[in-house]
Design a protein around this ligand. Structure first.
Ligand SMILES: Cc1cc2nc3c(=O)[nH]c(=O)nc-3n(C[C@H](O)[C@H](O)[C@H](O)COP(=O)(O)OP(=O)(O)OC[C@H]3O[C@@H](n4cnc5c(N)ncnc54)[C@H](O)[C@@H]3O)c2cc1C
Length: 314
């Protein structure tokens, strides 16, 4: 990441609203945008309303060598206490969901913007009698984040239904990438950081809306029974190692309820760390390190983070 050391006035000059539509905020606390409620300020946060505005913002950032970070729903992110240098882009206005193709009486392809909530896509699909993503119900965040992370649950991953994505590079050029160009793996799309997902097409199977609704409810209930969905978290902190569950390993190592500052290992699901109120990122990271050490001592397994840690220390 390039370092941005410009003062606020200069940044305000660069990102003045002459060339794009959408809001721009300066020194925006990321804790207001992450599900963990943790994170120092972004120097600039922009909310472009259309692809041309996005392109113009990116060109301005490029010209001035300002680093760019694309933000989804902030539900898988741990932002450091020193905040994010440069420009954070939110594509929340890119939230259209529509039919791309009504292929036949068995299948249909949907188009959805990167800023569409995954839950809205699931609900649109259900209403239109389209099945395939019910198991993802309860995963918060946007479609762009879900594709980037290859989000999944109960054996279904977003890659299973993905056809292609539209991406923009840092020069504002748009291209289409098919699913097989993305090298998806467990919780990863291998998408280069220089590309931003604008939209995705997904293929779903026709089914009875009531049956789909029933399955969504069942999956949601299973999540509510096993995960602390009401607490401030970023979902699973560590990836599940091959053939094992990180939560089980953390629990077996006696880490449930461990606490540093205001961050606690959930008593409900040990792979969820909870912000009990006003927590600092440094405490979260220290707790991650302690849990890793204990699990390694107990089972010999080295846990890898699933959450993305971004920004700079205080
Ligand atoms: C209560 C809870 C439950 C969860 N349950 C699950 C679960 O069951 N399964 C699961 O897989 N995850 C789960 N998660 C984690 C998280 O919700 C998913 O990973 C989600 O898909 C992240 O989407 P987001 O929009 O919030 O992405 P963010 O957290 O905002 O970003 C994640 C990464 O994606 C990148 N990104 C975001 N948008 C784009 C874009 N448009 N173009 C390029 N890159 C982009 C970001 O740069 C970042 O690196 C859970 C989280 C919580 C809080």
């Amino acid at each position: 990441m390039l370092s941005c050391t410009m003062n606020n006035r200069k940044l305000k000059e660069i990102f003045n609203k002459e060339h794009f539509r959408g809001e721009v905020r300066f020194d925006e606390p990321m804790s207001a945008h992450t599900s963990l409620r943790i994170g120092g300020p972004a120097e600039v946060m922009a909310f472009p309303e259309d692809p041309v505005s996005l392109k113009n913002i990116l060109l301005s950032a490029n010209r001035e060598q300002i680093p760019v970070f694309v933000f989804g729903g902030g539900t898988n992110l741990l932002v450091q206490d020193g905040g994010i240098e440069g420009l954070v882009i939110s594509l929340k206005a890119f939230n259209r969901i529509d039919f791309a193709r009504e292929t036949d009486d068995k299948k249909a392809v949907l188009f959805a913007g990167a800023g569409a909530m995954l839950s809205s896509l699931i609900s649109f699909s259900q209403k239109n009698g389209l099945a395939g993503i019910e198991a993802l119900a309860g995963i918060p965040g946007y479609l762009g984040g879900a594709v980037y992370m290859n989000a999944g649950s109960f054996g279904v991953e977003i890659k299973d239904v993905l056809v292609c994505i539209a991406v923009m590079d840092m020069n504002g050029e748009i291209s289409i990438l098919n699913k097989d160009q993305l090298n998806f793996s467990y919780r990863s799309s291998n998408l280069p950081e220089s590309l931003m997902i604008l939209s995705a097409n997904i293929a779903l199977n026709r089914d009875n809306p009531d049956d789909i609704s029933k399955r969504i409810k069942e999956f949601l209930q299973r999540k509510r029974d096993t995960q602390p969905l009401g607490d401030s978290s970023a979902g699973c902190v560590f990836k599940n190692p091959e053939g094992n569950a990180a939560g089980r390993l953390i629990d077996a190592a006696g880490c449930k309820g461990m606490r540093i500052g205001n961050v606690e290992v959930s008593a409900v699901h040990a792979n969820y760390f909870i912000n009990k109120g006003g927590a600092a990122c440094r405490d979260f990271i220290e707790l991650m390190d302690k849990v890793k050490v204990r699990v390694r001592k107990h089972s010999g397994v080295i846990l890898e983070p699933e959450i993305k840690i971004v920004g700079k220390k205080n």
